[in-house]
Structure formats: C-alpha cells, structure tokens
Design a protein around this ligand. Structure first.
Ligand code: SF4
Length: 624
C-alpha cells in the first residue's frame, strides 16, 4: 500500500489552479498510522475542495469515524478539470488528502450526495481512484461504495454505481456499518446481505424493477429475504455533540466560517421544500451545548465568524437569548455571529440588528411568490404588508442590500402572479429609495420550481420551456433599473435537474454516457453542456421530458416509492390538494399535529422525544 509519489505531485501542482486544494496538511486534519489502523474509510465529496469543505455532514462523519481506534477517515474531493487532466497525463490516481493514499486502497468509500447535478463527478472520482464504475464489476478486492445525504431519497438513477445507500441521518448507522465491516467486511456479498438488514440501509442490487407498457415503474421488489420491501430513513433521536475540532481549509471555502447546527428539521411545511419534509422531525440542540461547543470550536479554528445553521434558525426556541449570550462571550474578540436564513418579519429584523451591529451589508429573504394567493398555494405564509415593513425597517436600520428569492413554475401560477413578483420588487425598490436613496440595492433571484420527490409537488410536472421563457421575458422587462439585479435559472438546466431527481434506474446508462462524453461539474453553469446530456438520453432511447414534464397520476408507482422519509403519502396528497385549493397549513408547532406521519413512523416514547427536544412534543400534548 503506497501513497502517491510526492515528486510526481510536486511537478504537477504548479501547473494547476489553486494547488492548495490537493495538498492536505490543514489545521486539525487527522492523520492516523495507515499501517496500524485496520479499517480505512474515505469520505468523498463530489465537487471541488472549497465546496466540499463547507459540508457539515462530512465534517460530522469525519469526526465520528476518527474517534474510532481501529478506523481512519480521510477526505477526498473532485479535482477540478485542469487537475484531472494533469493527473491522467502523469498517471496520478485520485488520493486522500490526509495520507495521499489512492482511493482504491480504502476499504469503504462514502460519498455525500448533496445535489443531482454532481452525479458525473462521482464517476470521475471512482475512475481516477482506480475503482470500477459499475457495482456489478466490483469484487472483494475493491472498496465498498456507499452513498448518503439528500440525494438518497431517490437514489435510483445512481444505483449502477453504488453498492449501498444510507437513507437519512448517518451519525449512528455509520458506526453500525463499521461494526458490520469488522464482522464480515472481507466478504463483500456477506457484508451487503447483512447491511441490507440494517435500518436505513438500501442495497439496490437486491431489488428488481419492472416497468409497465407506458414506461412507468410497475414495481420495485426485493429479490432476497435480507432486503426490506421498504427502506425507512434513519434519524437520530437527539442531535449528537457537534464537531468542534474541524479542519480549517487552506483555500477559502464557500462558507469560510465556524458552523454549529442548532436544530435539525423544520415544520413550516413549505410545499416545494424537500428539506422541510425529509429532515423531520424538528429536533433542537440545548443552548448550553451550543455555547460550550462554540467556545471550543472558535478556539480550535480561529474563525472570525460563527454561523448558527438550520433550515429556519429564527424558529429556534430562545434564539434571541442565545445570540445575546454568544455576542457577550465572543463579541469582544470581534467574532461575528450569523444566521443563514431569516424570516421576513420584525422579529428576524430585531435579531439581525443584534448580530449585524455596525457592519450591515446584506440581508436575504425568501418570499418565493409575488402574490399572497400563490404564497398560500405553496404554504409560505407571509403577508404583503409584513414584507414591505420588514424591508423598510431593514433599510432604515442601515442595510442597503436585500437579496430576494422567488420561484416560478408553481402550481396554479398565472401570468398575474409572475407580474406580482415584479410589482412587489418595484414596491420594495421604492421603499429602499425612500430610505437609502441611490445606495439601496435589490438582488432578485428567480428559481424554477423543480418538483422534488417526497414533497406534495412530486406529482406535478416541471413547467414547459416556452412558458418559462415567456415568464422570464416578462420579469426581465418589468424588473430593471438602477440598484436592481435579476437572475434566473436556465430552463435547460432545470429540465436536466428535474429529470435526474425524478428518474428511475434506466438513467444510470444516461449518466455513464454523458460522463464518457465529457460531462463534468454539471452543477457549475460554466461547465454544464446540456446538449451532451440530451444526446445521452437519446442514445439510451429515453426522453428527459418523460421524467420531468409529465404529470404523474396519484396512483402511479413512483421510482422512489420504496424509500420512506417518514412523512406519509397520504399527508403529501392532502397537502397537494390543499395547495390546489389555496389553503394554508399552519406550522404544527403553532397549533396541533398535522399527522404528517413522523410520529407513526418513529414510535418514540415521550421521554426520548423530550430529551431530543422534538418539535412534536409540545404539539402532541396539545392534540390530546
Ligand atoms: S408528527 Fe405532527 S407534530 Fe410531528 S412534525 Fe409531523 S405534523 Fe408536526
């Protein structure tokens, strides 16, 4: 077992952009004795170093695995295109940053799958790492390839390349899979059969998919007794201690800051939001634990910013008090505190005021839809006056730039709704002008709804190209002027993303074809070539519109139906019907349980839920 030759690397790195992406040796990186550590685990992120280094899930697993005496965990990221070419030219295999061992020398390679358009990077990493791309071509001599993260809620397009998927939260199951490896890791088949019995684990090779004449999935059925008919996501009852000795990157990461997850899950119930469904139930981290972890984390890293992350940090119970205490403890060292997501209401503004202090740059809000009617349809319960008054207070309090997120292609959307986006933006612009004159800025980002699996919108089609183009045209015409910036999604990119996120196993051959044709870094607009992808679909006799732009009957078997996020199909259907009836559903924390299915799926006693600070607790009591 030899690590990559330093001389070869030494002559290659000066030729590529940001060579520090490939050196390793960062502060807090864990380098164990390779020869003396029995189990070698590579944690792989299918994008460049500076994107992967901001991924919290990978940091958590890195910390958990390296606490194991007999295991080591090392990081691997996708080399940028120049480095891939240089590595292929000089025969350098993809290697881990800690010990520079080639990927094929690890026992297990665990990929975090954050986004569908990262799929070809997985193939680049396997190929450069000397590992056969197809699971069917691997044997006991090859590492086990495991996939985790939000991409596993419809893993079907990727099953050809993975031996095993972990659906849901990895903190506990990764140790179970490690124990299994201690027991029978040398024998791949035995390992996979045992893994298939583990809750949350999905071994796709133990299932068969049959299709109906109309091309839809007829059934996904187990072909072995170890395979469960349905795979339910794993959750942790309470959030494990956060990592505090995290690796500090050499290259500025996308999020170059210390990060603590203060809660997991969200129950606001926005109907387009996959994260809001798949990360339920809501679980909060105790304040004292956050304060103690912040002390350790900032001391161990030297970061000047601490981000309190979650899907909706403003909803954390006692968030104001927590921010006050953190500012009191770390303000004197000029450490700033940030919350990535703010609601558009006065409370959030007061909060922003606390941690922005004098340095007021930009605020980000997500009204998502321009009209109140359409906000009810998507269950984003924000009223018009709140949006205007929040922006006015923000500008009057010293902010000069506001970023706004909107979405088009929503169910029941009319051109009036699209024009309502422009009208709202122009109203906000006037508010800004009154408060800050020409200094006021508005950055407007208009995304296209990708109807994702495990959401109430999973049955509706992606909007067609002509209609999207028309709406983009209206927005470009009506949102322009000094201090206004408008960006939107390219409809071709949306078509590819929707097809990959709603696809079935047959897309594996499309992904392989596109990769062989040169597809890399498809999540980067400057690298994505959708023509290459359409050729790959056509070469496989498949049509992306079949997956992306076809309305699906409620009784159709969906490619991901055998994967459960714990939220019931009945609840998703009910929410779809409520959206079409323009009915809002209140956050269950503000009222009573909406029976989304979480409590039925995860039968936990009240004490465990209390200890885990589940959002369901309070609600459950009120329901009785
Ligand atoms: S089970 Fe009830 S209380 Fe818990 S997240 Fe679902 S709707 Fe909310």
């Amino acid at each position: 077992m030899v690590s990559v030759d330093a001389t070869a690397l030494g002559s290659t790195l000066p030729q590529v952009v940001k060579p520090a992406r490939y050196t390793g040796g960062e502060w807090n990186s864990v380098v164990k004795d390779w020869e003396r550590t029995p189990i070698k685990f590579a944690l792989a992120y299918p994008d460049v170093y500076e994107v992967g280094m901001s991924n919290l899930a990978l940091m958590i697993l890195y910390d958990i695995l390296n606490q194991q005496e007999d295991a080591l965990a090392e990081r691997v990221y996708t080399p940028w295109v120049d480095m891939e070419q240089a590595m292929r030219a000089s025969g350098i295999p993809l290697y881990s940053l800690e010990s520079r061992h080639p990927l094929h020398e690890f026992d297990i390679v665990g990929f975090t799958l954050p986004y569908e358009l990262n799929c070809t990077n997985v193939l680049t990493m396997l190929d450069l790492g000397g590992i056969p791309l197809l699971a069917s071509e691997r044997n006991d001599a090859h590492p086990l390839i495991i996939g985790g993260g939000s991409g596993t809620y419809n893993p079907e397009p990727l099953v050809d390349f993975f031996d095993l998927f972990v659906v849901g939260e990895g903190e506990e199951v990764i140790l179970e899979l490690l124990q299994l490896y201690r027991d029978c890791g040398e024998n791949r088949n035995r390992y996979l059969l045992r893994a298939a019995e583990t809750d949350g684990a999905y071994v796709p090779s133990l299932y068969e998919v049959t299709y109906s004449d109309d091309g839809t999935v007829r059934e996904v059925s187990p072909t072995h007794e170890s395979a469960k008919p349905s795979i339910t996501k794993r959750i942790v009852d309470s959030l494990p201690p956060p990592p505090t000795k995290v690796v500090v990157p050499f290259v500025q990461a996308v999020h170059d800051r210390a990060t603590i997850e203060i809660q997991r899950g969200c129950t606001q119930g926005c109907r387009f939001c996959q994260a809001g469904m798949i990360y339920r139930p809501l679980r909060q981290r105790p304040q004292e634990e956050i304060l103690a972890a912040a002390d350790k984390l900032l001391a161990a890293t030297g970061y000047e910013e601490l981000a309190l992350v979650s899907l909706s940090s403003c909803n954390y119970t006692g968030i104001e008090g927590l921010v006050e205490q953190l500012l009191a403890r770390h303000g004197p060292t000029y450490t700033s505190i940030s919350l990535p997501s703010l609601r558009m209401d006065s409370f959030s503004l007061r909060l922003a005021e606390m941690f922005h202090g004098r340095r007021k740059t930009g605020l980000t809000f997500a009204p998502e839809a321009g009209s109140e009617r359409l906000r009810r349809v998507i269950n984003k319960n924000l009223n018009h006056d709140d949006i205007l008054s929040t922006a006015e207070s923000a500008y009057n309090s010293g902010w000069h730039r506001i970023k706004l997120y909107f979405m088009i292609g929503l169910p029941t959307e009319t051109m009036e709704d699209v024009e309502a986006i422009a009208a709202l933006v122009n109203e906000l612009r006037a508010v800004g002008r009154r408060a800050r004159g020409k200094k006021a800025e508005l950055n407007v980002s208009v995304a296209t709804l990708i109807p994702k699996p495990h959401t109430p919108f999973q049955w509706i089609p992606l909007e067609d190209r002509a209609s999207l183009d028309e709406k983009h045209h209206v927005l470009r015409n009506q949102i322009r002027g000094r201090g206004l910036k408008l960006s939107w999604n390219d409809p071709q990119t949306s078509l590819l993303e929707a097809a990959l996120s709603r696809g079935d196993r047959r897309l594996g051959k499309v992904i392989l074809h596109a990769w062989q044709a040169g597809a890399r870094f498809d999540a980067w607009s400057e690298a994505l070539d959708t023509q290459r992808w359409w050729q790959a679909f056509s070469a496989q006799g498949l049509d992306p519109a079949f997956y992306a732009r076809r309305e699906r009957p409620l009784d159709e078997v969906l490619p991901w139906d055998h994967i459960s996020a714990g939220v019931s199909k009945e609840y998703l259907v009910a929410e779809l019907r409520r959206s079409l009836a323009e009915e809002a559903t209140l956050d269950c924390r503000e009222g009573s349980c909406r029976t989304c299915g979480i409590l039925e799926t995860f039968h936990r006693d009240p004490e465990a839920m209390q200890q885990g600070r589940w959002g369901c607790v309070g609600v459950q009591q009120s329901a009785q």
